[in-house]
Design a protein around this ligand. Structure first.
Ligand code: CP
Ligand code: NVA
Length: 324
């Protein structure tokens, strides 16, 4: 059966191993290990990436990651292809499946990536929809694991909008048994179905989930604080939304309430001076550029897992990872 990644809990059974694989593969690759450098699970395959919205990190990390895995990357900008103009998503999906080994899709409506996957004969990866950003969450939790030897007892706090990035972050934290607190203003909470899924994973893994409208309550004693833009792509007309986030800026005073070994995270792009100050962004405890780099390593693990699981398992064994 074809495996897709539309939300991060689509890979819940192997999530921890996917992250450990990414961390270890990155380490081996950087130290010039011949096995890692010659690992080409996407050999002779083309991976196509459709974009309805702009992107820096996702586009570059997929293009470079696919090349490093021996494949070739095709970037398909929405205005340059027939999708949505003279062809349905379903027909586009059938056609692309005849050429490609996998597809990624950055879209507005989450239903559109679901529709692409429904008709696809190859794995589809959600490269950000209005509801989910699973590749970001994989890179984020990989980064958390790299910076904290033990995720036991760790608290991740979100301060900001209840958006796509929060959805997958909270799911991912709960899937790993990490405590999560989120401060979102009234009317901008995460979707109820995502909260319910998060609660169920947290319960199964013995961790906690807390919602508050008070950012200080969310960050008090926490180890990680994460924020994102208050107005996401596609919401540019909702300027009035900004006033709801008074007091939600992550700044020096706010991180002063955290554990002294706090880390700051942001999916980027950041609107400096809005949701975060320069002082926090540029602080040595800000790990935002590690997150950005890890988009590539996490996606290399995910692509191999989804597209060539045999190679993913074999490399996992080579790296000494326990099977999940
Ligand atoms: N974080 C992220 O998805 O960035 P891009 O929009 O630049 O891809
Ligand atoms: N929430 C943001 C994330 C950008 C990577 C957006 O959807 O625009």
């Amino acid at each position: 059966m074809v495996k897709h990644l539309l939300a991060i809990d689509d890979v819940k059974d192997d999530f921890e191993r996917i992250l450990k694989w990414a961390i270890e593969f990155k380490r081996l690759w950087k130290q010039g290990d011949e096995v890692a450098l010659n690992f080409v699970p996407l050999d002779t395959m083309a991976i196509g990436s459709i974009y309805e919205k702009p992107s820096t990190r996702t586009r570059v990390s997929f293009e470079v990651g696919v090349q490093r895995l021996g494949g070739s990357a095709l970037t398909l900008l929405k205005n340059d292809i027939q999708l949505g103009k003279s062809e349905t998503i379903g027909d586009t999906s059938h056609v692309l499946s005849r050429f490609l080994g996998g597809m990624t899709y950055r879209c507005f409506a989450h239903e559109d990536v679901e529709e692409l996957a429904e008709h696809a004969e190859v794995p589809v990866i959600n490269a950000l929809s209005a509801k989910h950003h699973p590749c970001q969450a994989a890179a984020d939790l990989m980064t958390v694991m790299e910076h904290h030897d033990d995720t036991e007892g760790l608290t991740v706090a979100w301060v900001g909008d209840g958006n796509n990035v929060l959805h997958d972050l909270m799911l991912a934290c709960a899937m790993l048994g990490i405590d999560v607190r989120y401060a979102c203003p009234e009317g901008y909470e995460p979707d109820e179905d995502v909260v319910e899924r998060t609660m169920a994973y947290a319960k199964a893994n013995g961790s906690s989930v807390m919602h508050t409208t008070d950012p200080v309550e969310a960050v008090a004693g926490a180890h990680v604080v994460y924020t994102d833009v208050f107005i996401s792509m596609g919401e540019e007309h909702m300027k009035d939304k900004m006033s709801a986030f008074d007091g939600y800026q992550v700044n020096e005073e706010m991180v002063g309430h955290m554990d002294e070994k706090w880390s700051f995270m942001h999916c980027l792009p950041a609107h400096r001076g809005e949701e975060v100050t320069d002082w926090v962004m540029d602080h040595k405890q800000s790990i935002v550029f590690d997150q950005a780099e890890n988009r590539m390593w996490a996606q290399m693990s995910l692509m191999t897992y989804l597209i060539n699981e045999g190679a993913w398992d074999a490399m996992g064994e080579f790296m000494g990872l326990e099977s999940s």
